[in-house]
Design a protein around this ligand. Structure first.
Ligand SMILES: NC(=O)c1ccc[n+]([C@@H]2O[C@H](COP(=O)([O-])OP(=O)(O)OC[C@H]3O[C@@H](n4cnc5c(N)ncnc54)[C@H](O)[C@@H]3O)[C@@H](O)[C@H]2O)c1
Length: 364
């Protein structure tokens, strides 16, 4: 069950709305601030999609949804929150302004997570003059309400205890927190994605394949392996009975061959943008973004559901977590009237006291 009593979402775009959906569907009240006059409509569109997906995950009925409140200011949104997730656009000056304001108005012991895709927490927390020690990067993946991974990264001023509390907080809403051991830009997930994207852009630009052919190569091939075993375990198996050592002996030397254009970036001119956008339009066959989102969500639920039955019924990878998460939601649904009591109880002990404790124990 969640240990969050009241959450605040600052920014309600693609990612912010995804956080709002995950939190509300876990029965947690959320206060959101987003200056976009369209924010409420956009969030309710995402909520519709999320509800639809969760109904498939928990067919017996969902927990009572948390209450969503639109605040007029950041101060109002964070006033009584014990967990705050910032998801404003990826600009350091904006992150500074927003985090400084959150820091002034949030309760001293609230945990602050940033959704940034690549900015180092050390570079963001300098703007927090009161309690920089409670900032962590909590980097999610779209759609936040379905994909469980969240990369947690601490900065130089982050207390180790804040990371521990953040882990508990994210896990309590069905996520898989992975703590990144050393702070680097773009963390781990986006480093990998960027490398693949850069190479893909060259392959399209050079006319080696189309956007659709490239996606087919992933989704009919290694994409299916990645979803359930990742990279290294797949390669271990690909090494045959001799395993990983044999795999490295065989394919390691190829890395020196001039196969990749990884270090060069193709120029993002109109020609390249048009080429890719036109091929992407053709690939969509007239399906709107919202229709594609539904297809994506249905497929994600089906994949996680299938994985949850593997490994002699214990579940495998994301499927094992999915199994626990859907059970947790069903239990919460069965306990509708006492959900807020549980949250009240949690409030008394977590998450923030721990983060408050070690004022003299700075990291780094
Ligand atoms: N889109 C992705 O796939 C993805 C994945 C993981 C992380 N992220 C990260 O999440 C963050 C948000 O990205 P996004 O894709 O949701 O962007 P987005 O443009 O869809 O949404 C940003 C939202 O922030 C709002 N905003 C702007 N100024 C604000 C302010 N001062 N206070 C509150 N809200 C404000 C905007 O109105 C908008 O609704 C970025 O840091 C991004 O790097 C994005």
């Amino acid at each position: 069950m969640s240990i969050i009593n009241k959450a605040a979402a600052i920014g309600g775009g693609v990612i912010g709305a995804g956080w709002v959906a995950r939190l509300l569907l876990n029965g947690i009240d959320v206060s959101i601030f987003d200056p976009d006059p369209e924010a409420s409509r956009k969030v309710s569109e995402v909520m519709k999609g999320a509800r639809r997906a969760y109904k498939q995950m928990v067919p017996g009925g969902l927990p009572k949804e948390g209450k969503l409140t639109f605040a007029k200011t950041i101060a109002e949104a964070v006033a009584d929150a014990d967990f705050i997730q910032e998801s404003v656009p990826e600009r350091l000056d904006l992150k500074h302004r927003v985090l400084a304001e959150i820091d002034i108005h949030a309760p001293a012991n609230a945990i602050v997570g940033s959704s940034t895709s690549g900015i180092k927490p050390t570079d963001m927390q300098v703007a927090m003059k009161k309690h920089p020690e409670r900032l962590v990067v909590g980097h999610p993946f779209n759609p936040v309400y379905l994909l469980p991974l969240v990369e947690i990264v601490g900065g130089e001023q982050t207390f180790p205890e804040a990371i521990e509390v953040a882990k508990e907080v994210y896990a309590s809403i069905g996520m898989k927190p992975v703590v990144i051991r050393k702070e680097i830009e773009a963390f781990v997930g986006d480093r990998l994605l960027e490398a693949a994207w850069r190479e893909a852009l060259w392959l399209i630009k050079d006319g080696i394949c189309t956007v659709e052919e490239l996606d087919d190569i992933m989704r009919y091939g290694f994409g299916l392996r990645w979803a359930q075993m990742g990279m290294f375990q797949v390669y271990r198996v690909a090494g045959g009975e001799a395993g990983m050592r044999h795999f490295m002996a065989q394919f390691g030397p190829c890395l020196k061959w001039p196969w990749t254009k990884l270090m060069d970036v193709p120029e993002f001119n109109d020609e390249l943008v048009d080429l890719i956008a036109t091929q992407s339009d053709d690939q969509a066959h007239g399906l709107s973004i919202r229709e594609l989102e539904k297809i994506r969500d249905d497929n994600l639920v089906a994949i996680m559901d299938a994985l949850s039955k593997q490994n002699r019924g214990k579940g495998w990878g994301a499927g094992a977590l999915h199994k626990d998460y859907t059970k947790q939601l069903a239990k919460l649904a069965a306990k509708k009237p006492t959900a807020s009591k549980a949250a009240e109880k949690a409030k008394a002990s977590k998450p923030v006291k721990k983060a408050d404790k070690p004022k003299n124990k700075k990291k780094g």
